[in-house]
Design a protein around this ligand. Structure first.
Ligand code: ADP
Length: 445
């Protein structure tokens, strides 16, 4: 960057001139002498002394002096740097040569640089930012530049560049505001709305078509009418399920960042869910084996949400298990993250396996798990990582829709995420699927 170097200005405190001291002292002395001859002369002399004192005070002010002045130096451009510490976002002060003369802790942490005096180009090469710095220093222009840095998660930054003038020197101040969370939330919201409206539009289109048929050709045929009404009922149920699941998911997401502090007995929760699915089991001719300890298995968690997890997993297992098949629901206390993953999610030799959610490593933490195993069709390996993605349905990928919402596993994943737990699946086409969720065991006592 070809920027002219200007002489750095310095701020110094002007000394009170000795002449001012002398004038004030002489004034007071003259007033004392004059008092013996004329009162008017004495008053005039006192006014002269006051004026001299005022001149002394006025003379004692900060002035900007040239850099070669050897007076007491108080502030230089770099000394403005501590002001940057008041900013929560990374901030840099760059001089007219493009050198970093000041930075705050956030900048040093995020941009990984140590020494002052480094050139801005050695840590940031985005042309728009460099151009904005140039414009700030040369023309005193203020700009905001948005740029994207490719990384594991793309980072979006808005950089504000403003000129800072100190004496005859000009620098640029850069403040980096991270927009990644905001942009990804906006994208997620847009995707979510597009998906949700698409999913709702399908049953709505079917309903519209059925209503047209019913009010036209099928109006006078009692058999057709009953058939169409039944189909309408199914589509209306599907819309209701979708709306219920969407509302449930958005409620969970609302407080996903606040881990639960309640305690719940996950064995009791599992037994309650097992009781509630009895009628469906009878209708589908599927057996449910519950394998849970009689004594409480207390975990850190919200009972209602944990029941939702077990319910969704059992509902799926029963739904995908053919007539005469068996579903197993198992609850147990296990060990740390590695132990619980092995015990709850690694049982079938040769099966496909994916950890859909893994908690951060935490010392002295033990977990309890729920494992739901079915004897359904299983899920082929390629689809396993996508389970838990909103609206993802294997059937749709394979072209044989079954009418699910594709939100059940997303709900499970978000609840477990809120509980800072883990979620695993192992599956083998032809053998079945097993989903396991684990959450932290509550301390004894
Ligand atoms: P839904 O079952 O309502 O479609 P889910 O989110 O519960 O939605 O499940 C997403 C997809 O995962 C299902 O559509 C299905 O393809 C697959 N899936 C879930 N559970 C099982 C299971 N136990 N066996 C086989 N496939 C399953």
């Amino acid at each position: 960057m070809a920027i002219n170097r200007l002489a750095p200005p310095r701020l110094r405190l002007e000394r009170i001139p000795a002449a001012a001291w002398a004038a004030a002292a002489l004034g007071v002395l003259a007033a004392a002498l004059a008092f013996t001859t004329s009162a008017v002369a004495a008053v005039l002399m006192l006014l002269a002394a006051a004026a001299a004192y005022w001149a002394m005070r006025e003379g004692r002010r900060f002035v900007i002096a040239s850099s070669d002045d050897d007076q007491i130096e108080l502030v230089g451009l770099a000394e403005l740097a501590p002001l940057l510490e008041a900013l929560p976002d990374p901030a840099l002060l760059v001089d007219s040569e493009g050198r970093i003369v000041g930075s705050n802790a956030a900048a040093r942490r995020q941009m990984h640089f140590e020494t002052r005096g480094q050139f801005l180009t050695s840590i940031l090469r985005h042309p728009d930012v460099l151009e904005a710095v140039h414009a700030a220093v040369r023309e005193g222009a203020t700009r905001a530049v948005e740029y994207e840095m490719p990384a594991q998660v793309d980072r979006h930054t808005r950089c504000y560049v403003a000129p800072v003038t100190w004496g005859s020197d000009r620098a640029a101040m850069l403040v980096f505001h991270d927009q990644t969370a905001k942009i990804s939330t906006e994208r997620m919201r847009a995707d979510f709305l597009a998906n949700a409206s698409h999913e709702l539009r399908t049953p709505l289109a079917s309903l519209t078509l059925l209503i047209e048929t019913l009010s036209g050709p099928a109006r006078d045929n009692a058999v057709d009418r009953d058939r169409f009404l039944e189909m309408m009922q199914m589509q209306a149920d599907r819309m209701r399920r979708l709306i219920d699941d969407l509302l449930s998911l958005s409620r969970i997401e609302l407080d996903e960042h606040v881990p639960p502090s309640d305690r719940a007995d996950i064995a009791a929760v599992a037994r309650e869910v097992a009781d509630s699915v009895m009628p469906v089991l009878k209708e589908r001719k599927v057996t449910l084996d519950v394998n849970a300890p009689a004594e409480p298995v207390r975990v850190v968690g919200e009972r209602f949400q944990l029941a939702q997890v077990v319910q969704n997993l059992v509902d799926n297992a029963v739904k995908y298990t053919p007539e005469g098949g068996v579903v197993t629901l198992e609850v147990a206390a296990s060990g740390d993250r590695e132990e619980v993953s092995a015990q709850a999610g690694r049982r079938w030799e040769g099966a496909g396996r994916v950890a859909l959610l893994t908690p951060a490593v935490a010392a002295n933490r033990s977990y309890a798990y729920v494992r739901v195993e079915d004897s359904g069709p299983g899920v082929s390996k390629q689809f396993l990582p996508r389970l838990g993605e909103r609206f993802f349905r294997v059937e749709r990928e394979l072209g044989n829709e079954r009418g699910g919402t594709g939100l059940g596993l997303a709900i499970v994943k978000h609840i477990i995420n809120r509980h800072r737990g883990g979620f695993l699946v192992e599956s083998e086409p032809g053998r079945g699927s097993a989903f396991a969720a684990y959450v932290e065991l509550a301390e004894e006592g």
